[in-house]
Write a protein of this length. Structure first.
Length: 500
C-alpha cells in the first residue's frame, strides 16, 4: 500500500477528534506555545503546519469549524493577475501550484480545462490579448516545471470542438474558442482538513469551537464554545489568520473585502461536462466533481448589495446569454455568496501596536508561501529559534505521486478527496458492510464515521457542509441530515465498529 511519509502518514498522529480536543485544550490553556494561530481556514491551518514543521510548538484556535472559503478555486486567478500586469504574482501562483500538484497535495488538485468562448462580439484585439494571457500563463507553468501532461499548453479550437467540450454553449455567433488548463482545488475545505491533520502530525494542537475574544502579542483570551469556559492561551508569538474577521481582533488589520456571488446549479442544466467557462466581467462557470456547477461572479460591495435577488438574476442572465438562456432560478441549488478577503497577494505583517502578526491571503494555492512569511515574522517577533520553512517538501495526509494514486484501486471520487487514505475508508466497509451504504448520493456511511474519528467533525453540520459537498444545497442537506446525525452520534459514542 502506498502511504504518505511520516509523520503525515501516521493515522494515530494525525487523527483529530473530540477526544483529542478534550485532551489538548487544557494543555493549551495550561502552557505556553511558541506560536498561537487564530483562524482555522486554509491559511490558518497552513501557518500551524509551517510552525510545527519547523519544530515550534503551535496551537490553533478556531471559533467554529475547520473550513475553506468554499468550492471552486477561481480558475481565472492567474489570468486576472496577468491582465493587471502583475507578472510576479502570477509567477508565484504558478510556482505554488506546482508545489501542490507535484509534491504536497496532488490528490486534491485536478486538471481543469477552461474555455474562453470567442463569439462574434469578441473583437480580434480582445482575442489577441486573451491568447497572450494564456500563453504567458503557460510560460510560467513551464518555468515552474509543471509537466505538460498535467497542464497541457493552450490552443485555439474550432467552434465544433468548443461545443463538444461545453454542450450548453449557444451556437449562434460562436466562431471559435481558446482552450487552456488550470489546476483546480475542487474543495478547499478538504485542503484545510489535510493541512490541519498534517500539522497535528507534527505536534500542533488544533482546537475548534474555541472563540478568541481578544488577542495580544503574548496570547489570547478565549471561550470554549462547547462548555462556555473562559481560558487564556499564552504564546511567544501570535498570528491572526482570521480572514475577513481579522479586523475584529486587530482593528488595523481589517482587510479589504470582495463580495462573491456564487451560485450552485445542476451541471446538466447548465450544459457543462467537465470544462470550465471563463467569461467577461469575472464570471466563472466551473463544473464540480459531484455533478453540480459553480457560477462565480466577483465585485466590490457589501453583502446587502451583492446577495439580493437582482444580483442573482444578473448573474443568471450573464451566464444564460452564453448558454443559450438555459439557466433560471429553478436551476439554482444553492446560493453560496459571501465576503472574501480582496487581496490575492499574500500579506504577513506585525501590527505595530499590538505586536500580533496578521496574515492575509485569499488564494488557497499561495497560502503556503504566505504562511511561511507569517511564521518568519512570528519567529522574529517572539525571538524564537527556528530554521526556514520546510512545507514545500511536506506531503499532506493522503498525498502520493500523481502517477501512483490509481494503483490504490479506490473509487475515483474517494481518491480525489482522501488520496491514499481512501484505502483505509474502504477497510471500514470490510469490517462493517453497512458502512458501504450511501447515506446520500456521493456520501457513504464510512466517510461520516471517518470524519468523526479522524477529521475533527463534531456534529452533522461539520460533516455535511465541510467534510463533504452534500450540504452545500439546502435540499440535499435536509434529506441527508437524519442519517448523518445518527451516524455521528454513534461514532462519537464509540458504537460504530473500530477500524484496523
Amino acid at each position: 500500500m502506498i502511504t504518505t511519509p511520516l509523520p503525515a502518514g501516521s493515522l494515530r498522529a494525525t487523527s483529530l477528534n473530540a477526544a483529542r480536543r478534550a485532551s489538548e485544550l487544557p494543555d493549551a490553556a495550561g502552557g505556553r506555545a511558541d506560536v498561537l494561530v487564530i483562524g482555522g481556514g486554509v491559511l490558518g491551518c497552513a501557518v500551524a503546519l509551517d510552525a510545527a514543521a519547523r519544530g515550534l510548538s503551535a496551537v490553533l484556535l478556531e471559533a467554529a469549524d475547520l473550513a475553506g472559503a468554499g468550492p471552486g478555486l477561481p480558475a481565472q486567478a492567474d489570468l486576472d493577475r496577468l491582465a493587471r500586469g502583475d507578472v510576479p504574482a502570477a509567477h508565484t501562483q504558478a510556482a505554488e501550484r506546482a508545489v501542490l500538484l507535484n509534491r504536497t497535495a496532488p490528490h486534491l488538485v485536478a486538471t481543469l480545462p477552461r474555455l474562453v468562448p470567442l463569439r462574434d462580439e469578441v473583437s480580434r484585439r480582445t482575442e489577441t490579448a486573451l491568447t497572450a494571457g494564456l500563453r504567458t500563463a503557460d510560460v510560467l507553468r513551464r518555468a515552474a516545471r509543471t509537466p505538460s501532461d498535467v497542464l497541457p499548453p493552450p490552443r485555439r479550437i474550432p467552434a465544433a470542438e468548443a461545443l463538444a467540450l461545453v454542450p450548453g454553449l449557444r451556437r449562434t455567433g460562436l466562431r471559435a474558442g481558446l482552450l487552456g488548463y488550470a489546476g483546480q482545488i475542487a474543495d478547499d475545505a478538504r485542503l484545510a482538513v489535510a493541512l490541519a491533520r498534517t500539522a497535528a502530525g507534527f505536534g500542533a494542537r488544533v482546537l475548534t469551537r474555541v472563540r478568541v475574544a481578544a488577542a495580544d502579542a503574548r496570547g489570547a483570551d478565549a471561550v470554549d464554545e462547547l462548555t462556555g469556559e473562559r481560558l487564556r492561551v499564552d504564546a511567544r508569538a501570535v498570528v491572526n489568520a482570521a480572514g475577513t474577521q481579522a479586523g475584529g481582533l486587530v482593528p488595523a488589520a481589517a482587510p479589504p473585502v470582495l463580495h462573491e456571488t456564487r451560485l450552485l446549479v445542476d451541471a446538466d442544466a447548465a450544459g457543462l461536462a467537465g470544462t470550465a467557462l471563463l467569461l467577461p466581467d469575472r464570471l466563472l462557470l466551473a463544473p464540480q466533481p459531484d455533478g453540480t456547477a459553480l457560477i462565480s461572479a466577483s465585485g466590490k460591495g457589501s453583502s446587502a448589495t451583492h446577495s439580493d435577488n437582482s444580483t442573482v438574476d444578473d448573474v443568471l442572465s450573464a451566464a444564460g446569454a452564453v448558454l443559450g438562456g438555459r439557466l433560471g432560478r429553478a436551476d439554482v441549488l444553492a446560493q453560496l455568496s459571501g465576503p472574501r478577503v480582496a487581496t490575492r497577494r499574500g500579506q504577513a505583517e506585525p501590527d505595530p501596536v499590538s505586536g500580533v502578526v496578521t496574515a492575509l491571503d485569499a488564494d488557497p494555492v499561495t497560502c503556503r508561501r504566505t504562511a511561511a512569511a507569517a511564521v518568519d515574522a512570528a519567529v522574529r517577533a517572539g525571538g524564537l529559534a527556528a530554521g526556514p520553512s520546510r512545507t514545500a517538501a511536506v506531503a499532506l495526509v493522503g498525498a502520493a505521486p500523481r502517477e501512483q494514486l490509481p494503483e490504490i484501486g479506490a473509487h475515483p471520487r474517494l481518491l480525489a478527496r482522501y488520496g491514499t487514505e481512501s484505502a483505509r475508508i474502504a477497510a471500514l466497509t470490510e469490517l462493517d458492510p453497512d458502512l458501504a451504504d450511501e447515506v446520500y448520493p456521493g456520501l457513504t456511511a464510512a466517510e461520516v464515521v471517518w470524519a468523526v474519528r479522524h477529521e475533527l467533525a463534531l456534529d452533522a453540520d461539520d460533516v455535511l457542509q465541510r467534510r463533504s459537498a452534500v450540504g452545500r444545497a439546502p435540499a440535499a442537506r435536509s434529506a441527508a441530515a437524519p442519517a448523518v446525525e445518527s451516524l455521528v452520534h454513534r461514532a462519537m459514542r464509540g458504537v460504530a465498529p473500530e477500524d484496523s
